[in-house]
Design a binder for this molecule. Structure first.
Ligand SMILES: Cc1ncc(COP(=O)(O)O)c(C=O)c1O
Length: 365
């Protein structure tokens, strides 16, 4: 018998979330972001549900090969472009579109021998200061690319640092719009937060949006808004079972470091899930969890293989009861991953990506 922990991927929820993004930006095409193995879900597991996207965007050339191996003939975009000159051969062979964010990548393209000219996405650093050409250098980079026989078409892209936050995107949109005003080519600016929060502006929607986290059923601007506000559905459930019950007396403590002390008699369930499964160790007493679909709380510290939960709101629960660490319980009750991540001082992105290899994963349906 394996441990009862299990991750379940929900294809219907992926389809629903994609449709939500489509409805928010009806005139834009959608890059489904499947980097980091589809945010921890597994590219092969989400592929079918996300076929309705217009393209797949990712970082890793091996992941691009996996998408082609699944039979996808449409666009694939390498969001960071190529990492060394010979990667361009794979781009030619697999027809990958690639970002160009630095001079070195243009040098490599200029030296690349290919029968198939490439489609590139020239990236502007409009304020995030991660990748891309500054507005001052962007146009000369464009002119260099435009002169290359290796380049068929140049699209223009940038990435927002604060689409989910009070600072917003106006300063970056302005820098991008001013610099690219008379340049031809398709535009791509928006991640999930921009696509949902700022989509009324056609400039922000551009020709292609690039949503990741909203596709995977997490609110990009939690806690300001939650998935119910954005009508998104969880795409990953982490579930397990109670493998032991303890009856505590006042003064009894729970787990390493005795960080929780009962002040009254308390029944707790010990659950087969720990930080070695990818559950965040920084989650402490009070982190929400569902037992038999009923919301309760974690008590004490997370250990490698176990956590303890308060069984007070679920008196009928006991050995073998179903526990939902995040996602959707059997009765349909939802525990948004955003709430668990916030309790652990992190983001849903990290939790999804950190799902440990030892956790078995199934695709619903
Ligand atoms: C360039 C780029 N575009 C789009 C995304 C998707 O962002 P999100 O998951 O917040 O929608 C990312 C993710 O970090 C990214 O790096």
């Amino acid at each position: 018998m394996p441990r009862p922990i299990l991750a379940t991927i929900h294809p219907e929820a992926l389809r629903h979330n994609l449709a939500r993004l489509r409805a928010a930006t009806p005139d834009a095409r959608i890059w489904a972001i499947v980097k980091a193995n589809a945010y921890g879900h597994g590219i092969e597991r989400v592929f079918d549900a996300l076929r309705g996207a217009d393209g797949f965007a990712l970082l890793d050339l091996l992941e691009a090969e996996r998408v082609r191996a699944l039979g996808w003939r449409g666009p694939i975009l390498l969001l960071e472009g190529v990492f060394e000159p010979r990667d361009l051969e794979l781009c030619s062979r697999l027809g990958l579109w690639h970002a160009v964010h630095c001079d070195e990548q243009i040098d490599w393209l200029a030296a690349h021998k290919t029968q198939v000219p490439h489609r590139v996405f020239l990236k502007m650093n409009s304020g995030m200061n991660r990748l891309g050409f500054s507005p001052q250098r962007f146009r000369s980079a464009w002119a260099r690319l435009d002169a290359l026989p290796q380049v068929e078409e140049i699209s223009l892209m940038t990435h927002f640092s604060d689409a989910d936050a009070p600072r917003g995107i106006a300063h970056q949109v302005r820098a991008f719009a001013e610099t690219t005003r008379d340049l031809p080519g398709e535009r791509s600016l928006s991640n999930s937060a921009a696509a949902l929060r700022h989509a009324a502006d056609a400039q922000v929607r551009g020709d292609w949006i690039r949503p990741g986290i909203a596709v995977y059923g997490s609110a990009p601007d939690f806690p300001e808004h939650d998935i119910r506000h954005w009508d998104l559905q969880p795409t990953m459930t982490l579930s397990s079972r109670v493998l032991a019950v303890q009856q505590l007396q006042p003064g009894d403590t729970v787990g390493y470091g005795s960080s929780f002390t009962a002040d009254a008699p308390l029944r707790i369930g010990v659950v087969a899930c720990g930080y070695a499964d990818g559950y965040p160790r920084h989650c402490t007493t009070g982190t929400p969890v569902l037992v038999d679909g009923v919301r309760t709380r974690l008590v004490g510290r997370v250990s490698m293989d176990m956590v303890a939960v308060d069984l007070t709101p679920v008196p009928q629960a006991g050995f073998g009861s179903a526990v939902t660490l995040w996602g959707r319980a059997g009765d349909g009750t939802v525990l948004p991953i955003d709430e668990v991540a916030a309790a652990g001082g992190t983001l849903s992105y990290e939790l999804m990506c950190a799902l440990a290899p030892r956790v078995p994963v199934v695709v619903e349906g």
